[in-house]
Design a binder for this molecule. Sequence first.
Ligand SMILES: [Zn+2]
Ligand SMILES: [Zn+2]
Length: 165
Amino acid sequence: MNGLRMVDGNAARQPGEGVADMPRHARASKSGATDMGMSYGAICNDCGAKFTANEGGGFVFHLLHCDHCGAERAISFTEIGEPHLRYIKGLDVPYSEVTAEHDRHIQQTYPGEPMDRDEYEAAVEQLCGQCECGGAYRFDAPPRCPECRSANLRKDPEARRICYD
Ligand SMILES: [Zn+2]
Ligand SMILES: [Zn+2]
C-alpha cells in the first residue's frame, strides 16, 4: 500500500463545484491545413540581442518575413481576398477548427477556381510587395535579429512561449 489511490469519477467532486477541465487553447486540428503561429523569446547567437520573434500566422492572417532583413509583414485574409477564398476552396479540409464553419461555406459556395498552396503563397507574397530594404516578403523567410540581422537565433529558455490567436 502506498497510500496513493486514484479516486474515480464523481466521488472526488463536490456536487455543483465544477472540476471541469480547463478549456484548452484553440488549436489547429491535425487535419487542418495550417500551422498556427507563435511568439517566443529569441536570443541572437551572433550578437546576443534578446527580442521577441514571431513565426507563422493566426486564424485570420499570415505572417511573412522579409528575405533580406527579416522585417515582419502581417497580411490578413481579408486583405488577401480572392486568392484566400480560392485556396480554401482547394482544400478538402477546413483551414482550421476555428474557421471550419466559414471554410465549409466557402468550399460549398465560392464560385471561383480552387488554388493550390504554391500558387496561393506566391499570390500572397506578391500582395505583400517589397520591403523598404528592397527584399521580398516570403513565407519561408526566417525571423532575424533586429540588431544585426542574423537569422542564427535560439529560443530563450527563460521566456515563455506564447501561442497567439
Ligand atoms: Zn544579432
Ligand atoms: Zn527587408
